[in-house]
Design a protein around this ligand. Structure first.
Ligand SMILES: [Zn+2]
Length: 313
C-alpha cells in the first residue's frame, strides 16, 4: 500500500488540534489516538530515529529522545548560521534506508513531523510540524531542515537564496518561534510540574517559561538552566525587576523591591507580592540538573539590585 493521499496533512492538522496549536506536549498514548479511516495509525517511531510506515516512500516522522542537561541535545547546537537545523544521517552510508526515506521526503517536498522529547514519566513530546527537508549536505552527512508553515515553503528560494539576509533572518525567526520557544516552554513547565516557582500556582494556561537571563543576552540561552516556570504576574514582576531572587545554596529567596514593600494597595499587591518577600521559592525541579544555573541567578540578582538602587536614588 502506497502512502494514502492526504494522510500526512490530516496527521499534522490533528496534532495541531490536539496540542492546541503546539501549546502542550503529548504522551505516546495520546499520539496513539490518531486514526485514519477509522483505524489507529502509528505516527511516532517506537524508539529514537525515523518512522516510515510500510509502503511509504518518504519518512513520516522523526523522534528525538529527551536528554537531561549536561547531555547534548542534538537540535541545540545544530542550527547553522543560516538559521536552519542540521539533522545527521543515520550512520555514514547514504543508502541506509533511513537516509533514503529522508531524501525522498526532501525530493517529494513532503512535510514531516518532529517529536522532541521533553522529559516526564511517561515521556512527553513537543510536536514540531510541519518540518521540511530543504537540502542535503553529503560532505557533512546531514540534511538541512526548516520548521515552516506549509504556505511559506517555497523550495526554489532555498536553492539559491541562502545568502539573502532577509531570508536568513526570516528562517532564524521561524526556527525560534516554531522550534526553540515551544520546546523551551514544554521542557521548563515539565520540570516544574506545571507550577509557578514563586507562588506554586498550578495552571499551565497561566504559566510562562521565563528566561532568567533575557534571550537578547548571550547568556540567555533557551535551556532549562536558564528557565523557570512562573505565573504571568510573577514573570512580569521578575522581568520588570519588581521581584528578585537572591541566590542561595539551596532555594533562592524571593525579594520584593523596597518601593513596592512600602506601597499600600489591595490584596494582589499584599498577598501576590509583599507577603512573598523573604520566602524561598515554592517550586523547584526535583532533578538538580534541571534547576536554575547559579551564574544566571547571580546575573539576574545583580540586575535586580541595580534597579533597586536606581529607584532609591
Ligand atoms: Zn506565581
Amino acid at each position: 500500500m502506497a502512502e494514502p493521499e492526504g494522510l500526512r496533512h490530516a496527521a499534522i492538522a490533528w496534532l495541531e488540534q490536539r496540542t492546541f496549536d503546539r501549546q502542550i506536549p503529548l504522551s505516546r498514548d495520546e499520539i496513539a489516538d490518531f486514526e485514519w479511516n477509522g483505524q489507529p495509525f502509528r505516527l511516532i517511531p517506537s524508539q529514537q530515529g525515523i518512522w516510515k510506515p510500510r509502503g511509504f516512500e518518504a519518512t513520516l516522522s522523526i523522534v528525538t529522545t529527551y536528554r537531561s542537561p549536561g547531555q547534548k541535545r542534538p537540535y541545540e547546537d545544530e542550527v547553522g548560521t543560516d538559521g536552519l537545523i542540521r539533522y545527521k544521517w543515520r550512520g555514514d552510508d547514504p543508502h541506509h534506508p533511513e537516509n533514503v526515506g529522508l531524501r525522498r521526503a526532501m525530493q517529494l517536498r513532503k512535510p514531516i513531523i518532529w517529536f522532541i522529547g521533553i522529559g516526564g514519566k511517561p515521556p512527553e513530546y513537543q510536536v514540531v510540524a510541519p518540518v521540511y527537508l530543504v537540502r542535503e549536505e553529503p560532505e557533512q552527512q546531514q540534511f538541512v531542515m526548516a520548521p515552516l508553515a506549509e504556505e511559506d515553503f517555497a523550495v526554489e528560494e532555498f536553492d539559491e537564496g541562502f545568502a539573502v539576509p532577509a531570508l536568513k533572518r526570516y528562517l532564524m525567526r521561524e526556527t525560534k518561534v516554531r522550534l526553540h520557544q515551544p520546546v523551551f516552554r514544554s521542557t521548563v513547565l515539565m520540570a516544574y510540574e506545571n507550577h509557578c516557582a514563586v507562588c506554586n500556582l498550578a495552571h499551565p494556561e497561566l504559566l510562562d517559561a521565563a528566561h532568567i537571563v533575557d534571550d537578547s543576552h548571550e547568556m540567555g540561552t533557551p535551556t532549562i538552566g536558564n528557565g523557570m516556570a512562573l505565573c504571568k504576574i510573577h514573570h512580569a514582576a521578575f522581568d520588570r525587576r519588581f521581584l528578585g531572587l537572591r541566590p542561595t545554596l539551596e532555594r533562592p529567596i524571593v525579594e520584593i523591591r523596597q518601593d513596592l514593600l512600602d506601597e499600600v494597595d489591595g490584596p494582589m499587591l499584599r498577598h501576590g507580592l509583599q507577603d512573598l518577600h523573604g520566602k524561598p521559592l515554592m517550586m523547584l525541579p526535583k532533578a538538580r540538573a534541571n534547576r536554575p544555573d547559579h551564574d544566571k541567578l547571580v546575573w539576574a540578582y545583580d540586575r535586580f539590585r541595580t534597579a533597586t538602587a536606581a529607584d532609591v536614588a
